[in-house]
Write a protein that binds this ligand. Structure first.
Ligand SMILES: *[C@@H]1O[C@H](CO)[C@@H](O)[C@H](O)[C@H]1NC(C)=O
Ligand SMILES: *[C@@H]1O[C@H](CO)[C@@H](O)[C@H](O)[C@H]1NC(C)=O
Ligand SMILES: *[C@@H]1O[C@H](CO)[C@@H](O)[C@H](O)[C@H]1NC(C)=O
Length: 648
């Protein structure tokens, strides 16, 4: 594969020097080798997928538009979505760094190499900035899933540093560089202990959500609510635990707090001493208090996986529903079974598990066991998802025809082969909902990446047998046409500033009529916040009823929780953004103004406003384009890049 790196390097340097959005640069960055194949579904109206070019653009536009360097964060995101955004940036950097390696020219001109380094190091600086800006104190008091996104984010950063360090110090063309620069490792290595410490602290905090008194096990979602054991918290616990087992390098920092920041010693800080470490307590005077490869991580992951797979949490389409309540819990009954299922289906609940399954496979291999069953489970889930988007993998095409100005039927998790959230068509996705498809794509990309089975020499996990590898990669290759179809749809939502929208299907269909969209929204039995056994609490808020809120004091007796928990908020308040419709004004009152926040540079001008001159755009409804929807665009492109390498 030939990538025109010289051009990329020049352009990327220009980006960091001038902060010009990538997509506005008049440089042709077409990756000519990634042309369409005849197997692709026909979507001639859509942009060609020049994957690497578009990945750079999505990353650059995301950071230029939404990241504020002076405070080191994406101010319009919320804590958990920021953790996911940092994960997307680290993952994109892993991929870009890897692309450098794959495209090594074999020669090695120092200036050329340093130019490439500039691209990666520039965005890695944003990750370092975010390390300090992350509101670790607030996150400590949130739900268990919120904490686990933090763990995954820093484990992703650690993997990026490890891999980039390999590229930097081992590859042929840079071999002389470290000694020339008087160093033996890439500077990013100096941040690994900090990232590892943050990951370890949050894994320990979250692990308190594991509960065996109810449902025979499983993670509780939120210590402030009636016990609810949901898919995402359990999948996160599996993925984070096995990730800690595989990638956590150990932590000798005994600080009880995530950092010494004054905010962490605020009065409601939960505990004045470090969380006791079950396996390390008696050795707490050792310098390495929390070792790498601690068996409790793999035990936790396996136990959680065993519980999840026997929890009856998948529906007839083979998709994970949202979770379980315990019937009669608040009325004082003695039922302890997870028997009240919430049938709501979200994309991200089908995704996070995939990283966990890949990790369980890798860990099994390390320990000399066969882990093929984990890979098989992952492929089954992926195929169920693809089917539920309305896509026929046998024939590489959507199952429904594309009819102009008609929104095709909903197929369970999308339509005409495009992944979709139930809130997409109605334009009612919350900040949570806007993050979900990107989460799915991130974990899918990880599972099916060319690197998934450790193909790089020296970085494997035991050795995958050729038969298993061939089978796994053949399955993953089958998904590429579907993935490319989704990437094209997502690219079709970009506005003239290069910003991705939420509803990818609209990008495929080029919808310009409000009527067709309203018909579609009316045609589907979309859940509301009190539809009994199908509650879209992520987009519409947790219902204030007995099932969810219960009797708060009863919860406190059975579940571990922090002191501020009892009356604390169920979730951090999501941030209102201006949109086409009515949004809360700065004081919480309804307001139809679309430009109340001109002081915020992070809010792209014109976001959410429908001007008379431009055509109607369904992706301006609701929250409009946000850092979360941009993260989704970045994630689908990164997934396509890492999976489509299997074709080369
Ligand atoms: C403590 O350290 C000693 C010596 O390194 C080791 O033999 C022992 O197993 C450790 N104990 C625990 C609980 O980790
Ligand atoms: C699994 O859940 C479904 C939906 O709640 C229910 O109908 C079914 O009986 C459950 N199966 C088992 C074995 O509990
Ligand atoms: C508790 O369980 C027992 C037997 O399982 C049952 O007989 C009893 O009625 C239950 N109590 C309540 C309050 O549900």
């Amino acid at each position: 594969m030939l990538v025109p790196w010289a051009v990329v390097v020049v352009a990327a340097t220009a980006v960091s020097a001038t902060s010009t959005p990538w997509s506005s640069l008049p440089i042709d960055l077409k990756d000519k080798t990634r042309t369409r194949t005849s197997r692709d579904v026909d979507s001639s109206a859509l942009p060609d997928v020049d994957v690497l070019d578009n990945l750079f653009a999505a990353l650059s536009d995301m950071q230029t538009t939404y990241f504020q360097n002076w405070i080191g964060t994406w101010p319009d995101a919320i804590d958990w979505t920021r953790a996911v955004m940092s994960t997307h940036v680290s993952a994109a950097l892993r991929t870009i760094s890897d692309e450098f390696e794959l495209s090594q020219p074999g020669g090695g001109v120092v200036g050329y190499v340093l130019g490439k380094e500039e691209v990666v190091a520039g965005y890695f600086a944003d990750i370092i900035g975010y390390y300090f800006a992350e509101d670790a104190f607030a996150l400590r008091n949130q739900a268990y899933d919120d904490m686990l996104w933090v763990v995954l984010g820093w484990l992703e950063a650690i993997q990026f540093v490890d891999e980039h360090n390999d590229v930097f110090s081992n590859s042929a063309s840079t071999a002389g560089l470290p000694s020339m620069l008087g160093t033996d490792a890439w500077y990013g290595n100096r941040w690994v202990p900090a990232f590892a410490h943050r990951a370890r602290i949050f894994w320990e905090l979250a692990s308190k959500g594991w509960d065996t008194k109810l449902c025979g096990g499983g993670m509780v979602w939120n210590p402030r609510l009636t016990p609810y054991k949901n898919a995402v918290t359990n999948e996160l616990y599996i993925a984070a635990s096995i990730g800690m087992y595989l990638y956590f390098p150990g932590d000798s920092n005994t600080s009880p707090y995530v950092s010494n920041a004054a905010s962490e010693t605020a009065p409601c800080s939960p505990s004045p001493s470090p969380s006791p470490s079950p396996s390390g307590d008696s050795n707490s005077t050792n310098s390495q208090v929390w070792p790498a490869r601690d068996p409790r991580f793999i035990v936790a992951a396996q136990e959680a996986h065993d519980w999840l797979t026997t929890s009856n949490m998948t529906n007839t389409a083979g998709l994970y529903v949202d979770g379980f309540h315990i019937s009669g819990y608040t009325s004082g009954g003695n039922n302890t079974r997870c028997d009240e299922r919430d049938e709501m289906v979200y994309t991200y609940n089908q995704g996070v598990l995939l990283s966990g399954l890949l990790g369980l496979y890798q860990a099994a291999l390390r320990d000399g066991r066969s882990g093929e069953n984990y890979l098989r489970e992952g492929h089954t889930l992926i195929q169920n998802v693809i089917r539920a988007t309305g896509f026929d993998l046998e024939h590489n095409r959507p199952t429904d025809p594309i009819v102009p100005n008609r929104v095709p039927p909903w197929r369970g998790l999308g339509r005409v082969g495009v992944l979709e959230e139930a809130c997409d068509a109605t334009g009612e996705c919350s900040q949570d909902g806007q993050t979900f498809k990107g989460v799915w794509m991130h974990h899918f990309g990880t599972f099916c990446s060319l690197r998934a089975l450790g193909s790089r020499s020296g970085s494997g996990f035991g050795s995958t047998s050729e038969a298993v590898r061939a089978q796994h990669e053949a399955e993953c290759r089958r998904y590429i046409p579907w993935l490319r179809h989704n990437a094209r749809a997502a690219l079709g939502t970009k506005d003239d500033r290069g910003l991705f929208g939420m509803w990818w299907t609209a990008g495929l269909l080029g919808l310009r009529s409000t009527d067709s969209v309203e018909q579609a929204a009316d045609a589907e039995p979309f859940p509301t916040s009190d539809d009994g056994n199908m509650v879209d609490y992520r987009n519409r808020g947790v219902p204030h009823n007995e099932i969810w809120m219960g009797i708060v004091d009863a919860v406190s007796e059975i579940l571990p929780r922090g002191p501020s928990a009892k009356h604390g908020p169920a979730r951090p308040q999501q941030k209102p953004l201006k949109g086409a419709g009515v949004n809360p004004g700065p004081d919480g009152s309804p307001s139809t103004t679309t430009s109340t926040r001109t002081e915020s540079r992070s809010e792209p001008s014109g976001s959410g406003s429908q001007t008379q001159s431009s055509p109607w755009d369904p992706n301006l409804r609701g929250r409009g384009r946000t850092v979360e929807t941009q993260g989704g665009g970045l994630a689908v492109l990164r997934a396509l890049l890492v999976v489509s390498r299997l074709e080369v």
